[in-house]
Design a protein around this ligand. Structure first.
Ligand SMILES: C[S@@+](CC[C@H](N)C(=O)[O-])C[C@H]1O[C@@H](n2cnc3c(N)ncnc32)[C@H](O)[C@@H]1O
Length: 223
């Protein structure tokens, strides 16, 4: 935004974007990610989740929803190794990574889901669905919460249709409206469901990850 003051034009930044910028440049996770060549500080979140829940294993097929710029896929690809596969899905383009098939698509459309299923290949199934999808935040709490929970539901629906029996699902949620119902729905579909706030998740963020293990039964996988 530009504001005119006494005849000259001075670019200004909002208080919140200044605060974000300050936090970002001084954030130890951002600095560590840079040093390690990781594409995002989010990479540390899946690393923490995996250290606690032991999800990523050699030979697995993993679907990474909301993958761009690629931090989670960077952690997952070496763990699944050459015998496995990571399908990374995002609205935004993402530079390629070894062992990762990038699908640039809107996961909320039938076409987007079909593109992900096509990337799974002939097996048409996966062992882990991990979703870090987040909508563009408007700052209007009710609306952001509803959009976030909608993305969670889309990911959950996909997980129940395309996970192998006993597969696992990790999803970023926001604590708020719709969260208790979503938690309950996961409990009906998986043998165990845990909530986890990684240390690398900012304290002031309402985000909370749900880790669901042991899909009880797969829903028929018609797209
Ligand atoms: C927090 S970022 C993900 C960061 C990523 N996990 C990483 O480690 O680099 C959330 C992503 O969700 C994506 N997203 C939101 N809605 C989506 C949709 N409908 N389909 C696909 N991706 C979506 C956004 O484009 C954004 O890149």
């Amino acid at each position: 935004m530009e504001r005119k003051a006494k005849g000259h034009v001075k670019p200004t930044r909002s208080v919140s974007s200044n605060r974000w910028m300050h936090e970002h440049v001084t954030d130890p996770y951002v600095q560590r990610a840079k040093k390690l060549g990781l594409r995002s500080r989010s990479a540390f979140k899946i690393e923490e989740i995996d250290a606690k829940y032991r999800l990523l294993r050699h030979g697995m097929t993993v679907v990474d929803l909301g993958a761009s710029p690629g931090g989670w896929s960077q952690i997952a690809a070496p763990k699944v190794g050459r015998g496995g596969k990571v399908v990374a899905v995002d609205l935004l383009p993402m530079p390629g990574l070894a062992g990762v098939e990038v699908v640039t698509a809107d996961f909320s459309t039938d076409e987007g889901v079909a593109a992900v299923v096509a990337a799974l290949g002939s097996a048409g199934k996966c062992d882990l669905v991990m979703s870090d999808m987040a909508p563009n935040m408007s700052g209007i709490g009710v609306s952001d919460q509803a959009k976030t929970m909608y993305l969670c539901e889309l990911a959950h629906d996909f997980a129940t249709r395309f996970l192998n029996p006993n597969g696992a699902f990790v999803v970023k949620t926001f604590q708020g409206a719709g969260f208790p119902e979503f938690f309950k729905a996961l409990k009906a579909d998986f043998l165990s469901v845990a909530s986890f706030k990684p240390k690398s998740s900012r304290d002031r963020s309402p985000e909370l990850y749900l880790v669901a293990k042991g899909l009880r039964r797969a829903t028929p996988a018609s797209t």
